[in-house]
Structure formats: C-alpha cells, structure tokens
Design a protein around this ligand. Structure first.
Ligand code: NAG
Ligand code: NAG
Ligand code: NAG
Ligand code: NAG
Length: 331
C-alpha cells in the first residue's frame, strides 16, 4: 500500500510554508509579483525619481529639491547632481523630460500616494561601471555621461525604457484584487455600480497615460541616437549602435528573462516582420512592446542581476512594498 496520492502535494505545501516562515521563499524568476494596485503603481515611483533627478540635473545642474523639496517626501538627495555639457537641442529636450517627470511624480502622489525618495546614485562612476559591464572591459578613460550630448544620450538610453516596459508589465496585473487604491476621484459617487471595476479602470488610465509619455521619451532618445548610429564615440572606437546593442544585451542578461530589450541594430529575425535590421524601436515578434515585472526591473536597475542585492542607481535599494520585500535587513 502506498501513500495517498495527495501526499506529495501536501509535502510540497509544508515545505513551501516552512520557507515562507523563514522568510526566504524563492522569488518569482519571471512571473508576476503579487501586489495590490497601489503597490504596483507606487513601484514606478522609483523609476520616476531616477528619471526626474537624472534629467533635471543633466539639463539644469539642479535636481528635484530646487523645484519643490516636498516632492522628495523626506527622502535623501542624489549622490551627485551634475549639469551635462549638452548642445542646445538636447538640453531643451532633456529639460522638458525632467519637468515631465516632476508631473508624473505629482500625478502618482495625487492619485495613489507616495513614499520617500530612495537614495539615488547618478554619478558618472555608476554609469561608467554599467557601460564597462556592457562592453565587457574597462573603458579608458572611464565613460563620462556628462561629457557631451552623445554620451548623455547613451546614458539616457538606460532610463525611460525601463519605465516603459515596467508600465507595460503592470497594466495586465491591475484590478486583480484592488479596492480603494485610487484616491481623490470621487469614486464614492459611483461605488454602488462596480467599485472594483471602476477603480481598476482609473488605475489603468493613469498607467496608460504615464506609459504614453515614457515611450515617447524613449523614442526621442532612440531616434537621436539612431541619427548618429554609425558614429564612433570618442575615444573608444565603438559606434553608437554598438553601444546600444551592448547596453540592451546587458539588461537582458541581468533581468534573466529572455530578450526584452534590443539595440538600434538587430539580426534580421528580431527586426520588424523579419524584414529589416534597423531597430529604432525595441519591440517583440509582433512589434508589440516588451513587458517586464518589478523583479526583472530591480535586477537591472541594481546592476547586480539580483533583486535582493542593491547597487547601481539604487545603492540602498528601491522603496515601496514590492522592492523592500526582496531586500535583506540592513539596507
Ligand atoms: C510642493 O509639493 C507639495 C506636495 O505635492 C504641494 O502640496 C505644494 O503645493 C507644492 N509647492 C509648490 C510651491 O508648488
Ligand atoms: C495595498 O497594500 C498596502 C500594503 O502593502 C496597503 O497599505 C494598502 O492599503 C493596500 N491598498 C489597497 C487598495 O488595498
Ligand atoms: C520571424 O522569425 C522568427 C524567428 O525565426 C519567427 O518566430 C517569426 O514567426 C518570424 N516572423 C514572421 C513575420 O515571419
Ligand atoms: C541574491 O542575493 C542574496 C543576498 O545577497 C543571496 O542570498 C542570493 O543567493 C542571491 N541570489 C542569487 C540567484 O545569486
């Protein structure tokens, strides 16, 4: 006589529970992260803060605190805030992007809430380390994102795209078990209708509107880089196109969930309808946007390939329920 057929499943449950109790349950590798709408939308604040500081500093030499200190919600300032040496066109575009990020922060606070700005490291050293990891050897002299327009645009290539794929990944998961995640929209007036459905639609609307602008920013940055794609970045002898391919490759490697990020030139089988190697936009086999989960995003923005090990732009980790639950105490 054997065990009842339910035994193995029971055993698995016990083991799972044990690991939950000890707090070291395995994180999802590429699957969705369980969280309510509020926490999912708040996760994006990490990226919005990063974008705001990087663009405002790059264009004006002054970050979020000079616009309105209370937008930081008491969080610390970035490690360094450096004005980039930009030509007039790029400076005007980046300045506008910076102000747009301020609007995004205000929108998320207004509709969902907020948390303190995480500690951000946007020093040239951090970018240099990422670029070295991407090309596979230390560049000499170290890559300086603030040196000129092309370097700054290459550094910017790293920024809105992560927000874009994160928002695309968030949308299908909204409304799963939300109730009152969106404030200030007079939902009470309609709540006898279908409160969950209505709130879900409001969250969806907000994320769609954020996504629209993030993808526009990414497209502008990629278009400007594309225009100079064959140019060698001085003094490295590496073309702009080659840099984008290396940076996208690094992010795919760190995120560990397949190809969801493509440089400005791709093999034919990754091009639109397999008919072109030109790749001004990064998109899948149907030319639809790639999506990433918060865990994949943490692995890339930390630069460690590990959602439990902060680093990169977030030396003390990202904030909010989702990011903090993967971090060990002490960060
Ligand atoms: C600064 O931001 C806070 C929080 O969003 C807001 O209440 C306040 O009115 C803003 N102050 C200014 C001067 O815009
Ligand atoms: C979502 O979960 C957070 C805790 O992680 C909680 O503070 C918040 O009230 C929840 N929101 C909703 C709408 O359930
Ligand atoms: C393009 O190539 C990929 C990989 O070989 C294949 O999966 C896909 O179906 C092809 N697309 C078209 C439109 O033929
Ligand atoms: C991620 O980092 C944590 C904390 O340092 C470590 O315990 C874990 O083994 C790492 N995971 C992987 C896949 O390396």
């Amino acid at each position: 006589m054997g065990f009842p057929s339910t035994f193995p499943a029971f055993l698995v449950l016990v083991l799972l529970e044990l690991s939950l109790v000890r707090g070291n349950y395995p994180p999802p590798l590429c699957g969705r992260v369980e969280a309510n709408d509020t926490d999912q939308i708040l996760f994006a604040l990490n990226l919005e803060y990063l974008e705001a500081e990087f663009f405002l500093c790059g264009a004006t030499g002054e970050g979020l605190d000079t616009i309105n200190k209370s937008l930081a919600n008491g969080g610390p300032g970035p490690t360094s805030c450096q004005k980039a040496n930009l030509d007039d066109l790029v400076r005007r575009i980046i300045q506008e992007f910076g102000y747009q990020e301020v609007g995004h922060l205000r929108a998320i606070f207004h509709y969902v809430g907020g948390f303190p700005r995480p500690k951000l490291d946007i020093s040239s050293k951090t970018f240099a380390r990422i670029i070295d990891a991407a090309v596979g050897y230390p560049l000499k002299p170290p890559f300086d994102p603030y040196k000129n327009s092309i370097n700054y645009l290459l550094a910017s290539y790293l920024i809105p795209y992560v927000g874009l794929v994160g928002y695309v990944g968030t949308i299908p998961n909204l409304g799963c078990k939300s109730s009152r995640s969106v404030r200030n929209l007079q939902i009470d007036l309609f709540s006898h209708l279908n409160p969950n459905g209505l709130v879900a639609r409001l969250s969806l609307g907000l994320v769609a509107k954020l996504l629209g602008v993030e993808s526009g920013q990414d497209a502008v940055i990629r278009a400007m880089l594309y225009d100079r794609g064959k140019e060698e970045v001085h003094p490295y002898g590496i073309t702009v196109e080659e840099f984008t391919i290396a940076l996208s490759g690094l992010r795919n490697k760190l995120a560990m969930c397949g190809i969801k990020d493509e440089g400005l030139r791709v093999p034919l089988e990754l091009g639109a309808e397999n008919r072109t190697t030109s790749n001004i936009l990064s998109a899948d086999v149907y030319s639809l946007s790639y999506a990433r989960t918060p865990v994949e995003i943490l692995r890339t923005i930390y630069g460690t390939g590990n959602e439990s090990e902060p680093g990169g732009f977030f030396p003390r980790g990202a904030n909010g329920k989702i990011a903090r639950k993967f971090l060990y105490q002490g960060y």
